[in-house]
Each structure stands twice: as structure tokens, then as C-alpha cells.
Design a protein around this ligand. Sequence first.
Ligand SMILES: NC(=O)CC[C@H](N)C(=O)O
Length: 227
Amino acid sequence: MSKEFVIGILALQGAFVEHQAALEGLSLREKLHVVLVKTPEDLEKCDALVIPGGESTTIALLARLSGVLDPLREFVKSKPVWGTCAGAILLSQAVENAKKGGQDLLGGMSIKIARNGWGSQVESFEAALEVNGLRKPDQPFNGVFIRAPVVLELSPSSTDPPIQIIAKLSPNLLPPSLASPDHSDEPKIFVALRQGQHFLTTFHPELTNDNRFHEYFVKEFVIPSKP
Ligand SMILES: NC(=O)CC[C@H](N)C(=O)O
């Protein structure tokens, strides 16, 4: 009999329906149940979780109000989690440019990230990404960035799992305000990263018809997580 997995999508605010459609559209040998998570009871059923894009401060506030913030922090310590855009902010250890009053984070990835890091001039854009480890690696992935965060720093301690770079933006696509004179390979161009059981994308794979990132998360993180 094939194994069964329950993957949750945090459904407090943001693009959770699009993630649901992308995950339900995967063809896998294993059976994947996709559940929308709004409460601690929903979260308890899950083997893995996707935190969608939206507005990170609002998602954190709603999580606190619905009593799911602390259970989420516990979940992140032992289960696979993928954060997209606002979800990537929540998965980070430190954030710059948080709203007044601060930003609750879940942690999980040893990075520092900047909210709305492309600046007010760059609301949203699309760009072909160089990807590493996805199916059809020669086919670039169209990254959809909407008021996206920017990775500022990778800061794993000596005991943290290493961070791997899964997708990069070409340095010459950086807006002048972010570009470095030597076009060096710096964190700002890293747009998909993995560390231990966690995965983040600063863009929105769920807003394209290409579900290779959803397939990647399930095959690399969710299926191997269950003996
Ligand atoms: N598309 C997004 O998820 C945007 C993230 C948003 N700027 C935030 O700070 O949370």
C-alpha cells in the first residue's frame, strides 16, 4: 500500500487557495491529503506545512489571535515547513524593516531577511530564475515577486544544518538600489533556500502554472520525513 501524507497550508490570510490547487494537481505515487490550517487542532494532523504569501505581520497577528502561533513555533522545530514570500519572512530568524510594533517570527532558517526589500519603487516584477535541483533543471522558472522580501544575510551557527541555494536571480536583474558594483554573488540574489527541514522562496510559485517547486517540496522534504 502506498504511504499517505497530510500537508497543511496555513490559511489565515494570503494565497493559500492557490497553493492548495498546485499541491492537489501533483501526480505522485503517494497519497497526499491537503488540509487548510486555521487552528492548533488542524495543525496537529499535519506531517508538513506550507506558509503562503500575503502579509507577514497580519498572518502573525491572526496566528496569535487564533492560538496557533506557539503551536506553529513547536511545529517548526520538528517538521518540514515551506514559506513563500510572507511565509519566508515568518520562517526567518531575523527581519529588517518590520512594521512598527514588531513582527512575530517562527524562526527555523538561520537568515536575516528584509520585508519589502526591493524598495517602494519595485512593487512587483517577474524574472527567469536559475534553479538547482528541480525537475527539468535547464528550464528556467518564472519567479513572480510581489512586494517580496530580500535575503540579507545567511547566518548559520556551527551547529546549524548548512544552507543550500536552490534558486538565484541573475545579479544584473537587481534594481540599481540593490545592485553591488561588482555583481557579486551575494545573498540578495538568493530567492530559494533550504536548511534542514525548511525551505523558503521569496517569490510565489503558486501563482504560476509550473508546479515544480511544489513537487520539489513534497519529494525532498515531506515524503522523506516519514519512515
Ligand atoms: N507577497 C507577499 O507575500 C508580500 C509579503 C509582504 N510584503 C510582507 O511583508 O509580509
